[in-house]
Design a protein around this ligand. Structure first.
Ligand SMILES: [Zn+2]
Length: 215
């Protein structure tokens, strides 16, 4: 877990009360600490390699979970870290799932996490699930990189494709670009829709206001 000094340094008193904007600041800091730069050409993260570098004494397993809904398990102890990923999910899906577990690893004090993509709304553990999902999305597909890439594709493909085909092709290309699953890209586009609108209306990427879903 991140030390309280580190959180204080980036102005976070308590991870339980992070807004989307605050969470993105924490994730940006985490990415920088681990040597990533959102301005790099072809920004792409392999979260499994990253987990091997950062997790204390990592045991990583790929398990046949029987259901696609169970994405990953994280168990932290004094001696070691265990992450189990679902071998039935795609490579891109597992890249997202492992990043999700890394966000728990860094931010959340609990010992064990059983992560499913079937969420019950409004409990504390689901707030942590929201943070892990939104944090993983920002680490793997930073809005600073994702929004311009999305808009460039939208512009060029809308000339040659009808809207439905263009949207499919945009998702497929962004999946490859960021090494994530189809669903992760679709959710990312949806969750950034206000920011995308403002960007299209001329707000520079560095000046976009990050809005929480309820705003
Ligand atoms: Zn989780």
């Amino acid at each position: 877990m991140l030390t309280s000094q580190l959180l204080a340094k980036i102005g976070v008193a308590d991870v339980r009360y992070l807004t989307k904007k605050g969470l993105y600041q924490v994730v940006t800091h985490l990415a920088e600490l681990n040597g990533f730069n959102f301005n790099a050409v072809n920004y792409k993260v392999n979260s499994i390699e990253l987990a091997k570098e950062v997790c204390h004494n990592l045991h990583l397993e790929y398990l046949d979970f029987k259901t696609l809904d169970l994405c990953g398990i994280l168990y932290k102890s004094e001696k070691s870290t265990s992450i189990a990923l679902n071998s039935r999910r795609s490579a891109g899906g597992r890249n997202f799932d492992c990043m999700h577990e890394l966000i728990h690893y860094w931010l959340h004090g609990e010992e064990a996490f059983y992560c499913s993509n079937k969420l019950e709304p409004s409990s504390t553990s689901n707030y942590f699930e929201w943070q892990a999902n939104e944090g993983a999305a920002q680490f793997l597909m930073p809005y600073q990189v994702f929004i311009p890439a999305y808009c460039r594709l939208k512009n060029s493909l809308s000339v040659t494709h009808n809207e439905g085909e263009a949207n499919k092709e945009i998702v497929a290309r962004l999946q490859r670009r960021f090494n994530v699953g189809k669903k992760s890209v679709e959710i990312r586009i949806k969750s950034l829709e206000h920011e995308i609108k403002h960007y299209i209306n001329g707000v520079p990427i560095g000046e976009l206001e990050i809005l929480s879903a309820n705003k």
